[in-house]
Design a protein around this ligand. Sequence first.
Ligand code: PGA
Ligand code: ZN
Length: 423
Amino acid sequence: MPTIERVTAAEILDSRSRPTVSATCILAGGAQASASVPSGASTGTAEALELRDADPQRYGGLGCRKAVAHVNGEIHQALAGASLADQAELDGVLVALDGTPNKSRLGANAILAVSVAFARASALERGVPLYTHFAGMLGLAPDTLPRLTINLLSGGMHAGRQVAIQDVLIVPARPTTIDESLAMAYDIYQAAAALILKRYRMRLLTADEGGLAPPCESAEELIETAIVAIKSAGYRPGSDVMLALDVAASHFYAHGKYYLDGAQLDSPGMIARMVRWVERYPIVSLEDGLAEDDWEWWPTLRQALAKRALVVGDDLLCTNPQRIQRAIEVRACNTLLLKPNQIGTLTEAAQAWRLATQAGWQVTISVRSGETEDNWIADLAVGWRGDQFKPGSITQSERLAKYNRLLAIEAETQWPVVRWALG
Ligand code: PGA
Ligand code: ZN
């Protein structure tokens, strides 16, 4: 039973040079570990609250000194000397201490950083890899690695909004290893960069997650650019490599209409457009195809894409067990995009995982657009048997930290990548 001696925190900077929280947990037995938390830009409105200082004189109000002070003060006082049976007990203390439904008092950034630092210190104390410790939280014994979905091209809020849809990702389908998947992604990324230079006379301009951001005029043009890049790298779209889209439709939706590439579509029109994409292109996963509050039409979308593409809920679900429960009841989607910082503790994220899995859904474990060099999410993706893992593009060290951790886990375990299945 780990006993906490001390928890501390510090403000560090994320990949957009915005402040975030890094927490350290020291156990009485001597184990000590730190963890830092990411931050989204294309956020769902039901996410737990990231506490920011709101001081316009410092980082435009985005400072995290208040969240850090909560860890060093109130959270440390509540936890110092506590012997905790497990992660669930620690997280229960944090949730009760905060006392709000969305962690707005202490801040989800403060709380999650402590939650993960404790998990890491506990794994160290037990002498097991972090992914094994995470697996234990859910009673799992993983023997595969997640399939990668790798950001190639971006629009929407992650780039200049030149196209409404947010991300076109490649899904290496043929490779059975992470190593091979990344080598394939490298070839395609290079081919895409060369193509964009030739077609748009544009040198590398990367979006928040490291994807290329060509000035395409429509979603179709963006998707077709990805397909040409795959072919010119010598791979076959539809067999070697598939595509996944993060439509992030909440961000071009207003008053019942989707403002997509100059058109105004109602919900059935938006669904028809996505069905056409799935028929024309090798798209196997469609995230946030409709807006987060367009609940009425999500079941129709799921039905329309059944057995053709995963219908993934990100902004729709916000890793929130209540929203997931509702989505299960109305059959709104069939894949959970799991981002622990949307909910604020590992235990609640585990509950989200359990609900989704019991409903027969798949789970895609995802990073955020604002990340740090920490790599705990890669261990989580393996330990929790993510069907897919979405770390962003294969550029920028905050993304490569996750890919490199996966390579290390692969070298250690020799587990194969899970077989692609639409489920
Ligand atoms: P965010 O977006 O991390 O900027 O919120 C990522 C996504 O929409 O999947
Ligand atoms: Zn998303």
